[in-house]
Design a protein around this ligand. Structure first.
Ligand code: 13P
Length: 292
């Protein structure tokens, strides 16, 4: 059931769990998220990066929206990390529920102006906006932000930014990275607690792949309501095809697709349970007077 990202995250925030936002590329990914969420009666977010959306075009957007809508649990579709006004406009016009208007590589003032403009645009269409303040390092689908370019979120600047932009959710940088953690992850929970003291809106943590359960739990306690997951699911998919191709002369592609979907579904199910959203689908519906 297509549900707004705002409803999903505000309900999660109120009841101290988080919703997983899973980056997807194709039908197998979509099915893996929907099946995992339905099996665990959990809300979930289907998330897509701008260059995947550009590649897939309107058929892909239609697939994502239809998959979310026909799911038996509340789901939304979210455009991840986008600094391109035209792609944001296209996604909103197509009906996505939320976007990450990512001005984090710009100066503070430019990021603020960009985020404010995209927020006005999204709100006019009943959609919501995530912003990023600070800058997350690491690699995501070929886009690399070097460690020296990364910037932690300043809690006071975050408060001013949210007030002035009118944004709905904020992605924080507290030591989280996109892609593989090359050493033990170290999150600055003191900083996260200060951000939470300054802000009431749902907070987002990117780079959830590879974070241990205790850190996930502590992040939720300090106000994180959305975790972004890409690497672990993507790697599972790639690993499946690599190994399958080497050891199997199976030629029925559909059978392969089903097994690949199942492999991703298992990773997603594990995350859903870790984030505490399993069993919360009914909960979202009740809070928002929908029936599922
Ligand atoms: P990971 O690839 O580290 O899971 O991060 C995903 C993410 O933050 C997408 O925005």
């Amino acid at each position: 059931m297509l549900t707004s990202t705002k409803e999903l995250l505000e309900t999660a925030q109120k009841h101290s769990y988080a919703v997983g936002a899973f980056n997807l590329y194709n039908l197998e990914g979509v099915k893996a998220v929907v099946k995992a969420a339905e099996a665990d009666k959990s809300p979930a977010i289907i998330q897509v990066l701008p260059h995947i959306l550009e590649y897939g075009g309107s058929p892909l957007i239609a697939l994502l929206l239809e998959a979310a809508d026909s799911a038996t649990v509340p789901m939304s579709v979210h455009l991840d990390h986008c600094e391109d006004r035209d792609i944001i406009k296209m996604a909103l016009a197509a009906g996505v529920q939320s976007v990450l208007a990512d001005g984090s590589k710009f100066s503070y003032q430019e990021n603020l102006a960009f985020t404010r403009e995209m927020t006005v645009l999204a709100h006019a269409q009943g959609a919501t906006v995530e912003a990023e303040i600070g800058r997350i390092s690491g690699t995501e689908d070929g886009m690399t932000v070097a460690e020296k370019e990364a910037k932690m979120t300043d809690p006071y600047q975050a408060k001013e930014f949210v007030e002035e932009s009118g944004v709905d959710f904020l992605a924080v940088t507290i030591g989280n990275v996109h892609g593989k953690y090359h050493s033990e992850p170290r999150l600055d929970f003191g900083r996260l607690a200060k951000v939470r003291q300054q802000l009431q809106i749902p907070l987002v943590l990117h780079g959830a792949s590879g974070l241990p359960a205790l850190m996930i739990q502590q992040s939720i306690e300090l106000g994180v309501s959305k975790f972004n997951v890409n690497t672990e699911v993507r790697q599972k998919y790639l690993q499946f095809w690599r190994e399958y191709g080497r050891t199997n002369d199976q030629t029925d592609l559909l059978d392969c697709q089903k097994v690949a979907t199942g492999a991703m579904q298992a990773v997603i199910a594990q995350k859903i349970r870790l984030f505490g959203s399993a069993g919360k689908a009914q909960h979202v519906a009740e809070e928002n007077h929908d029936s599922i």
